[in-house]
Design a protein around this ligand. Sequence first.
Ligand SMILES: NC(=O)c1ccc[n+]([C@@H]2O[C@H](COP(=O)([O-])OP(=O)(O)OC[C@H]3O[C@@H](n4cnc5c(N)ncnc54)[C@H](OP(=O)(O)O)[C@@H]3O)[C@@H](O)[C@H]2O)c1
Length: 314
Amino acid sequence: MYGEIRITAINKRKPRKAYEGVYLKCLVIGASGLVGRELASRLAANDETAVTFLSNPIEIKGAEAHRLDLANPGSATELIGSFKPEIVFHLAANPSVDWHEREQAAAYAVNVACAIAISRKTREIGAKLAYLSSAFVFPGFGKFYSEEDIPAPVNFYGATKAAAESAVRANPNHVIVRTDQIYGPHKAGQKKSFVVSTLEKLSQGKKAEVCRDWMNCPTYYGDLAAVLMHLASSEKTGTYHAAGPDFIDRYDWALRIAAAFGKDASLVAGIESATLDLPAKRPNVRLSCGKLMQETGIRMKGVDEGLVEMMRHV
Ligand SMILES: NC(=O)c1ccc[n+]([C@@H]2O[C@H](COP(=O)([O-])OP(=O)(O)OC[C@H]3O[C@@H](n4cnc5c(N)ncnc54)[C@H](OP(=O)(O)O)[C@@H]3O)[C@@H](O)[C@H]2O)c1
């Protein structure tokens, strides 16, 4: 027992050489989430891996699993101190943007206070820190946002992600990956992505009301897992944008989902987000991913290609 942390399994396997010249011992914080699970499964196939979850217990073959609540930053640092990973992937966050707007003190504790603690601890033990951030650090004014642009969030979620980024940078051996609207096949207990929730409604013959005025760069979860692995296991440090190349509104996206999965597109109805009266503003941010492509050669899938790939897994 480590305070809030319960060890459910111990992996005694020695780290193996997984990438060019790099021996990896990895901790994935937030491994029960959409990207975290995929990333952890890929890592555990080769590397000594520990994973964390909060409310959705997971079992990943070859990985030791810990329950961890970031509301208690000490539990994260204790786990890092005892497991001594070479790389910490920090992917955990409450998925609701509106929750952050309503519960600002709790959101600050989970997203920012914990990032400060995790950054300090990883620096202390000489581990690399890979952090998954968001396009929502930007205000979204109809331009391509590069890694050089200065964050100026319009909602509290974005503000906590920007503050967490600053905390992460206190460990010089870090990578920050900013992304947008992640989608992929759904596993039990996981948050449903826009694709999965839209598909569910269409499959049940229900109307899918989607915001015409919300625009995103939909990002396929497998691509993001590959980017995180690549950047974290290389010598690279700094901030990278990794999102799909299409910048589309939710109505267009929903129509493409209907087309890809052979559903009735007439069930898709466009609405204006103002009618939902949500507490958090949604910026329409277009991320430029040129740096990622130039430096790594990684190409992110567009929506249609990603949906085809997703069909192979559902
Ligand atoms: N989803 C998107 O479209 C999107 C876009 C941009 C950036 N991001 C960022 O990308 C990261 C991963 O996103 P995702 O969509 O893969 O996440 P997700 O599916 O919502 O999973 C979130 C993960 O964080 C864990 N978690 C939540 N609150 C926690 C807490 N208080 N303490 C410890 N763990 C906690 C969850 O655990 P349980 O499930 O076990 O409770 C889960 O493992 C997040 O940092 C998010 O801010 C996401």
